[in-house]
Structures are given as structure tokens and as C-alpha cells.
Design a protein around this ligand. Structure first.
Ligand code: NAD
Ligand code: UFG
Length: 347
């Protein structure tokens, strides 16, 4: 059985689906501070199997002890964390406590239970403003410009030191680039709280007129059209990367770092044009000042994961945007719907 912390959230729910489809038993631990239980009901609808769910906090060591004693858990996928960059500047203690101390509490409980296999959600943010593209895993980590990024780097460092101290640990640090999209059914997807910070959720809300227009942060970057370039990756490809990493952990000890990206960068303007083409809707935008802390460009060299995990991002930008749009149309208010929505044809 795999314990999935944060499994009701955006990426976690897609990973739970992939785990169930691969034949694993799953136990989800989530305090629902940024998610809904309905995501797991939808996963059950899609897979015909209900993942077990415990509402609780990853910082609660006694609860973790109880779970590890009660269930035959062999490995942990650790998604639980806070991820809003702006909020992390305003509430640094909450971010360090959840993302760093939460990870420490989890590892302490795992060690007490004799469980040493861990897949950790890291981020390309740990590279900071990398000078050369594409980014390989051996590029030095940079200085993240906000407490969220710092907390991910600190958690990575804690996990590296832990694995160095005890050879029983086998830990995957998965550095995600920019996860977008939704399961192709449109039944599970990203359900941001309040006004979205990230590009695609914001574009989706502009397209359904919940926001008047998109602000493009900066038109004067040293990129081919002046707007920021990122490596967007389909959330189902990302979920599959976790399955591959988990399988690999059974075969190796120590810490391994893998980039999960496509290797292809798209600018904000390219995203807008592709989105308009897929949705058939005009996306009003204006170019405004740069967002503090943003970098000009960031894309992965994913070849290490390709070689070592036999993993490849298979879905292209069209699939990412079409699937996200299907999710948005079927669930205009996210998981606040009581009923599972009807299927929607897109693209
Ligand atoms: P999300 O907010 O949708 O999911 C995180 C889940 O963790 C939520 O369900 C939330 O309720 C839960 N959670 C938060 N604090 C908890 C706690 N103390 N105890 C138990 N549960 C708790 O976010 P996501 O996009 O699915 O991100 C998952 C992980 O991936 C996070 O660690 C995030 O930092 C990391 N990550 C995300 C991105 C991205 O762009 N989405 C990029 C890189 C890394
Ligand atoms: N952007 C806009 N307007 C918006 C939102 C974003 O122009 O309303 C631009 C940004 O300036 C950037 C690009 O769109 O050029 C992508 O921005 P996102 O906010 O979607 O994503 P980031 O690359 O800033 O950060 C994301 C996650 C981080 C994670 C990082 C790397 O939010 O948590 O990817 O994985 F660390």
C-alpha cells in the first residue's frame, strides 16, 4: 500500500488515479486545506476503486505512527504542502512549518515504522535563475527568491542529508516544471482557491469571463517574443513519472533527482495563441510590468528521467490545453458541484 500525502490535491489526485490504475492500494492523508474530498470520489468513479482517505495533518506524528501501524504501507508519495508564492512571502512560518517541518515529521515517523521509500514533490524553482538552458539535474541549485522556493530547497537538503546518514533510505526528488492540464475525462483537475496565480488557471477564468482579461507579466524579457518561457507538462504525464520513480526506488538506495518536464519551452504569448485556437474564444490580454521574482525562461533537459526511469512526457500542448478546457467547462465552479458533470467534447 502506498501512503499519498496531499492526495486530494491537484497533482496528488492524478497520482492516486495512476497508482490505482497500476494496481496499487492507496491510502490518502490530506487535511483538505486546499482541496476537496470530491476529487477522490471522482477518482473512484474513474477507476472503480475507492482510495482510502484519512483527513489529517502531515505534521501530526502520532497520527502518522497510527497509520503506519495499521496499514501495510511500503512507500510514501509526499505531495502535502503549501505552494502559493505570494502567500509564502506574507506567511513564511506557515510555509516553512508545513513544507520543511512537515517533511521532517513524516520522515521521522517513516523511520520509526521501518519504511524508507519516499517520492518527494520538488520544483524547478530550486534552480533559481539558471544561466544555461535546458536545465539538467546537475546544474547547481540557485537561490529561490521566495520562502516557498526556499522551503522546497531546504526540504531537498534535509532529505539528501537523511539518505547520506542511513543507507536504508531510497528517496526520489522529482523537480516538476510547470504542471498544467487535467485528466482527459474532465472529471478531475486543478481547482484553485480564489483568484489564480498561475497562468493557465487564470486564462481559463478569463475564457469563461470570471476575470476580465489576462495580465501578461513583462513583454521585455530576453526571449524570442519578450514574454516569459516555461516548460509546461501535462499532469497525467507527471503522475506517470511518479509511478516510474516509485518502481525505480525499489531497485536503488540513496537520493535520486529527476526533472519532470517535456524539454520544450513556450512563451506566454504562444500559450495565449494556442489556447485561443483550442477554445475558439478570444482571450483579452494586456502586457504589464514584470512580476517580482519571475525569471525569463526555464525549461528542462528531461533525458535523465528518460534513460533512468524509461519515462517520457507523451502529451503535447494541444492535449494539455484541451484537457484543461474540458475540465473547466464541465466544472465551472471546480469541485463545488454536487454531481459528477456530463462529458464535454473539446478539440
Ligand atoms: P495542491 O494544493 O492542490 O495539493 C497539496 C495538497 O496538500 C492539498 O490537497 C492540501 O489540502 C494538502 N495539504 C497541505 N498542507 C497539508 C498538511 N499540513 N497536511 C496534510 N495535507 C496538507 O497542490 P499541487 O499543485 O497538487 O502540489 C502538490 C505538491 O507539488 C506540493 O508539494 C507543491 O509544492 C508541489 N509542486 C507543485 C507545482 C505546481 O505548479 N502545481 C510545481 C512544483 C511543485
Ligand atoms: N504569467 C502571466 N500572467 C499571469 C500568470 C503568469 O503572464 O497571470 C506568466 C509568468 O510571468 C510566467 C508564466 O506565465 O512567465 C508562468 O507563470 P506561472 O505563475 O504559471 O508559473 P511559474 O513558472 O511562475 O511557477 C510555477 C509554480 C511554482 C513552481 C514553478 C516551477 O507556480 O510553484 O512553476 O515548477 F515552482
Amino acid at each position: 500500500m502506498i501512503l499519498v500525502t496531499g492526495g486530494a490535491g491537484y497533482i496528488g489526485s492524478h497520482a492516486v488515479l495512476a497508482l490505482l490504475e497500476t494496481g496499487h492500494e492507496v491510502l490518502v492523508l490530506d487535511n483538505l486545506c486546499n482541496s476537496s474530498r470530491l476529487s477522490l470520489d471522482r477518482v473512484a468513479l474513474l477507476t472503480g476503486r475507492q482510495p482510502r482517505f484519512i483527513e489529517g495533518d502531515v505534521r501530526d506524528g502520532a497520527l502518522l505512527d497510527e497509520l503506519f501501524q495499521r496499514w501495510p504501507i511500503t512507500a510514501v508519495m509526499h505531495f502535502a504542502g503549501l505552494k502559493a508564492v505570494g502567500e509564502s512571502v506574507r506567511e513564511p512560518l506557515r510555509y516553512y512549518e508545513t513544507n520543511v517541518a512537515g517533511s521532517i515529521t513524516l520522515c521521522q515517523a517513516m523511520a520509526r515504522a521501518g519504511i524508507f521509500r519516499l517520492v518527494f514533490s520538488s520544483s524547478a524553482t530550486v534552480y533559481g535563475e539558471s544561466v544555461s538552458m535546458p536545465i539538467r539535474e546537475d546544474c547547481p541549485t540557485g537561490i529561490p527568491t521566495n520562502p516557498y522556493g526556499q522551503s522546497k530547497l531546504m526540504a531537498e537538503n534535509v532529505l539528501k542529508a537523511l539518505a547520506d546518514s542511513d543507507p536504508r533510505w531510497s528517496i526520489a526528488l522529482l523537480r516538476y516544471f510547470n504542471p498544467i492540464g487535467a485528466h482527459e475525462s474532465g472529471l478531475i483537475g486543478e481547482d484553485p482557491n480564489g483568484t489564480p496565480n498561475n497562468l493557465l488557471p487564470y486564462m481559463l477564468q478569463v475564457a469563461v469571463r470570471r476575470q476580465p482579461q489576462l495580465s501578461i507579466y513583462g513583454g521585455d524579457y530576453a526571449t524570442h517574443d519578450g514574454t516569459g518561457v516555461r516548460d509546461y507538462i501535462h499532469v497525467m504525464d507527471l503522475a506517470q513519472g511518479h509511478i516510474c520513480a516509485l518502481e525505480r526506488l525499489g531497485r536503488s538506495a540513496g537520493v535520486s533527482v529527476w526533472n519532470l518536464g517535456t524539454g520544450q519551452g513556450y512563451s506566454v504569448l504562444e500559450m495565449v495563441r494556442a489556447f485561443e485556437q483550442i477554445t475558439g474564444r478570444a482571450l483579452p490580454y494586456r502586457i504589464v510590468a514584470r512580476r517580482p521574482g519571475d525569471i525569463a525562461q526555464c525549461w528542462a533537459d528531461p533525458s535523465k528521467a528518460r534513460v533512468e526511469l524509461q519515462w517520457n512526457a507523451e502529451r503535447d500542448l494541444h492535449a494539455m490545453l484541451a484537457d484543461a478546457w474540458r475540465w473547466q467547462l464541465s466544472n465551472p465552479q471546480g469541485y463545488q458541484h454536487e454531481q459528477a458533470p456530463q462529458a464535454v467534447m473539446v478539440g
